[in-house]
Design a protein around this ligand. Structure first.
Ligand SMILES: [Zn+2]
Length: 725
C-alpha cells in the first residue's frame, strides 16, 4: 500500500472540532431559533494557522461537513454555514497551512447529518423499535440513496481542494432496522432481523452489517483515491472493546484506513486508555501508522482546558507507544480560539519534537502478546448484557457477573497488570495476518478468550511447540464462533485439563501451592469474585500452582456470613491453576479470572499472579526491569542496536465517590521521582538520557547491569547503546 512519509512522521496533530449549528435553518433548532447568534461569524484562517505554527502542529483536521450537515467551504451541492458569509474557511486554511508545511485533513460526518435528515426523512435510519429520532443527532441509513450524495460530497471536496486526507467519522451508529435494511437482510439470509442481542441470529446480523459497512467505506475511499491517490482516507475507528460490536466497526475495516485513528479520551475510559488504545491501534493496523485522539477538555467538549500535566501524560503515553498525538480542541461559537490550549500544545509538542529522532523508526520490544478476538467481542455482547448493580455495598458482590463473558474487565485488567508489572505488551488477534506476528513474542496471554477457531488453536499449538509460552484463563476456547458452549476446551490438549461445569460457589478462593508461579505471593487464601470453572487433569504431566477452596456457604437469603463474604472452607484439592511444559514451550491454565478480579479490586496479589504466570511461561525476563513504581509506564523500544526506553509517569489525584459515580481521573502536577534503578541488558556499552545526552554510569555485577536515574520527570527517555546487539 502506498504510504506517504507524513502518515508516520507527522506526530503533532490537532483535531479542530466544531459541529456548529446554523440557526438560520429552522431544522437545526427544532424550529425554535432563526438567527445566527454570531455562530461561525469570526473565523480568521490566518490567525488559526498562526496558532498551529506556534504550537508546532504539523497535521490539522479541519471541518468540511459537520454533524449538523453544514459545510465549511463553498459547496455547490450542500448547505454552507451561513455564519461564514463569503469566507471559504476550509479552502483558505488549506492554502495558508500548506505555506507552513502543515497537512490538512478534512472532517466529514457520515451517519449523522441533521440537515439531510430534515430534507430526506425517508433516508433516516431506524432503531429496533422502528423509530427515527431528531433528538441530538439524527442517524442516516447507509443503504439509502444518501450513499450517492456522500460520494458527490467527497467528489466535490477533493475536486476543489488539495486536501491531504479525509477523516471519515460516525461509521459506528448501527444497527439500522429501516425497511430497506430489513429487505436486504431477508434477501441475504432468508430471515428476519433479530431486534436485540438476546434474540437468535444477533451475531449473524452483526457480521452481515460489517459487510455492508465495509462496502460503504470502500466506495467512499474509491471516490477519494480516484481524485487524489496520495490523500489519506482515515476512518474514526470507534471499534475498541468499549464499543458494542453491533455499532458496526471491526478490525476487518482497518485495511480501508490509511492510518489508524481512535478516540482515546481519558474521561471516557480512564488514564490507562491512551496507552492501551495506542497498542490496540498498532495491532489493528498491523504496524501501519496510527494516531490517538486526546482531549483538551476536562469533560469532552465542555470548553474547559485540561491541566497541562494531564495533557502531557496522555500525549507522551501515546508517542512513546508509537502513535501520533491528535489533540481534540474546539473553537468558541464564533470561531475564536482559546489561546491557553495552544500554550499547552506548544509545551507538549516541543517536547515531542525534540525526541522525534528517537521515536521515528523505533519499534516496540516484543515480549508479551495480549490476545484479542473480534468474535469474542461479538459473543460478549450476547452473553453479557449490561446490567448495572442494583445497589452498591462497600465491596463488589461475589457474583459481579454471572455470565461466562467478561470482556472489558478481562482485557483492561490484564493490561493494567502488565503495565504495572513493567512487562512489555502488544496485542495480537484472530486475523491470519495478525496471528502471523505471534512468533515475535515470548508469550501469549488469553484472558477468557471465549472462542477460538481450529486455525487459531493450531497456530497457538505450533507457537508453544516452538518454544512460546501460553497463559489462558477462564473459559478460553470453550465456546464456538456463534457463542455455543463446547463439550471441552478446544485447547484442552495444551492446558492439560478438561473442562467441567462452572462452580456453584460464586466466591471461591485460590489456595496457592509453593512453586515458580506463586513465588512472592500471599500464603493466605486469595478470594476470587465470580465462580471458577471446574477442571479435571487429562494428563499426569501437569503441576498444580493453586487449588480451589470453596467458601463455607453460598450466601443466599437468610444464609449469610458477617456483612460480606463467607470465610474459606476446606481445600477441595481440585486444580485452579495448572502449568506444564509442552514441546519447547510452557503453558499455564487458570480456572479463574485473576485479570477481571484485578480490574475490579486492584488488589496486588492478582497482579503478582498474572506477572508470575507470564514470566514463567515466557522463559525469559523483559529487557528492562524495575521493582515498583506502579504509576510509571516503561516502554522499551528498539532502534537499530539500541534500546530507547521511555518512562511515562502520571500521579493521579484522589477521587470522591458517590453512588455509582466518582470524580474523573485528573492529573494536575507533573510528577518528579528520584533514584529509579533499572536493570538493563548486559550488552549495553553506554547509557544516556535523551534528548540532552547526559551520560548515566552503568553498574555491573556478575551477569547483570543497572543504571540509576537520579531524578525522573513525567517523560524520561534513556538510550541504551548496543543493548539489543
Ligand atoms: Zn437502513
Amino acid at each position: 500500500m502506498h504510504q506517504p512519509a507524513w502518515y508516520s512522521k507527522n506526530l503533532r496533530r490537532i483535531f479542530f472540532d466544531m459541529h456548529l449549528p446554523d440557526w438560520t435553518e429552522p431544522g437545526q433548532s427544532g424550529g425554535r431559533l432563526d438567527g445566527l447568534q454570531n455562530v461561525a461569524t469570526a473565523f480568521d484562517p490566518k490567525a488559526i494557522v498562526a496558532e498551529f505554527v506556534r504550537a508546532r502542529i504539523n497535521v490539522a483536521v479541519i471541518f468540511a461537513k459537520c454533524q449538523y450537515g453544514n459545510f465549511y467551504y463553498n459547496t455547490q451541492i450542500g448547505h454552507k454555514h451561513r455564519g461564514l458569509g463569503n469566507l471559504d474557511l476550509l479552502g483558505e486554511i488549506v492554502e495558508e497551512a500548506h505555506r507552513h508545511n502543515i497537512r490538512i485533513v478534512g472532517y466529514y460526518s457520515n451517519m449523522w447529518d441533521t440537515q439531510i435528515a430534515r430534507t430526506h426523512p425517508e433516508w433516516m435510519a431506524q432503531d429496533a423499535n422502528g423509530q427515527s429520532s431528531y433528538d441530538r443527532w439524527p442517524s442516516l441509513c447507509l443503504n439509502s440513496p444518501y450513499r450517492d450524495l456522500v460520494h458527490q460530497h467527497l467528489h466535490e471536496m477533493f475536486s476543489l481542494y488539495d486536501l491531504d486526507g479525509i477523516w471519515s467519522d460516525i461509521l459506528s451508529d448501527l444497527p439500522c432496522f429501516c425497511p430497506r435494511c430489513q429487505d436486504l437482510y431477508r434477501q441475504a439470509t432468508g430471515e428476519a432481523m433479530p431486534r436485540s442481542p438476546q434474540k437468535d441470529g444477533w451475531i449473524k446480523m452483526v457480521r452481515w452489517q460489517q459487510e455492508y459497512l465495509g462496502d460503504y467505506i470502500a466506495s467512499c475511499r474509491e471516490v477519494v483515491k480516484t481524485l487524489n491517490p496520495d490523500a489519506a482516507f482515515v476512518i474514526n475507528f470507534f471499534g475498541t472493546p468499549y464499543a458494542n460490536p453491533s455499532q458496526g466497526l471491526s478490525f476487518k475495516h482497518l485495511p480501508l484506513s490509511d492510518f489508524g485513528s481512535s478516540e482515546g479520551y481519558t474521561e471516557w475510559h480512564g488514564l490507562l486508555f491512551p496507552s492501551y488504545a495506542a497498542r490496540y491501534m498498532r495491532a489493528g493496523m498491523l504496524d501501519r501508522p496510527f494516531e490517538i485522539l486526546t482531549g483538551r477538555f476536562v469533560h469532552t467538549w465542555d470548553f474547559t482546558v485540561r491541566p497541562l500535566a494531564q495533557m502531557r501524560f496522555e500525549a507522551f503515553s501515546i508517542v512513546a507507544n508509537g502513535g501520533a498525538v491528535c489533540v481534540d480542541d474546539e473553537p468558541y461559537h464564533d470561531g475564536r480560539m482559546e489561546p491557553l490550549v495552544f500554550d499547552h500544545l506548544e509545551n507538549i509538542f516541543s517536547a515531542i519534537e525534540q525526541r522525534e529522532p528517537y521515536l521515528h523508526e523505533a519499534e516496540p520490544m516484543p515480549y508479551a502478546a495480549l490476545y484479542h478476538s473480534q468474535k469474542t467481542r461479538e459473543i460478549d455482547e450476547v452473553l453479557n448484557p449490561p446490567s448495572p448493580p442494583k445497589k452498591l455495598s462497600l465491596v463488589p458482590k461475589s457474583n459481579v457477573n454471572a455470565s461466562a463473558a467478561d470482556l472489558l474487565p478481562s482485557l483492561m485488567g490484564s493490561f493494567k497488570a502488565l503495565i504495572e508489572a513493567h512487562l512489555p505488551v502488544q496485542m495480537v488477534d484472530e486475523r491470519p495476518e495478525s496471528l502471523a506476528t505471534l512468533p515475535r513474542y515470548r508469550i501469549v496471554y488469553l484472558p477468557n478468550i471465549l472462542t477460538l477457531s481450529e486455525v487459531e488453536a493450531d497456530t497457538l499449538r505450533q507457537f508453544v511447540h516452538n518454544g512460546g509460552g501460553l497463559v489462558a484463563t477462564g473459559a478460553t476456547s470453550l465456546y464456538d464462533a456463534m457463542g455455543q458452549l463446547r463439550d471441552n476446551f478446544l485447547l484442552a490438549d495444551l492446558f492439560g485439563v478438561d473442562a467441567g461445569p462452572r462452580g456453584d460457589y460464586t466466591f471461591p478462593y485460590f489456595e496457592f501451592a509453593p512453586g515458580p508461579l506463586t513465588t512472592g505471593l500471599t500464603g493466605r487464601p486469595l478470594p476470587h469474585y465470580t465462580a471458577m470453572w471446574h477442571v479435571c487433569p487429562n494428563t499426569d504431566a501437569i503441576k498444580i500452582a493453586a487449588t480451589r477452596r470453596n467458601p463455607l456457604i453460598e450466601t443466599c437469603g437468610e444464609l449469610y456470613y458477617h456483612n460480606n463474604q463467607p470465610s474459606p472452607g476446606p481445600d477441595t484439592h481440585e486444580p485452579a491453576i495448572v502449568y506444564r511444559e509442552v514441546g519447547q514451550g510452557r503453558v499455564v491454565y487458570c480456572a479463574g479470572l485473576p485479570e477481571s478480579n484485578y480490574a475490579r479490586l486492584g488488589h496486588s496479589p492478582y497482579r503478582h499472579l498474572i506477572a508470575n504466570m507470564i514470566r514463567w511461561a515466557a522463559q525469559a525476563e523483559p529487557p528492562v526491569q524495575v521493582e515498583g513504581w506502579l504509576n510509571t509506564e516503561i516502554v522499551p523500544t528498539r532502534l537499530a542496536d539500541d534500546l530507547i526506553v521511555h518512562l511515562i509517569t502520571g500521579l493521579p489525584q484522589r477521587a470522591v465517590r458517590f453512588g455509582f459515580y466518582h470524580t474523573a481521573d485528573s492529573i494536575e502536577e507533573q510528577a518528579r521521582l528520584s533514584n529509579i534503578r533499572l536493570r538493563i541488558p548486559t550488552t549495553t556499552t553506554r547509557a544516556w538520557r535523551v534528548p540532552h545526552n547526559e551520560e548515566l554510569p552503568i553498574e555491573r555485577s556478575g551477569s547483570a547491569a543497572w543504571i540509576t536515574l537520579p531524578s525522573v520527570g513525567d517523560w524520561e527517555t534513556v538510550q541504551l547503546i548496543d543493548a539489543v546487539k
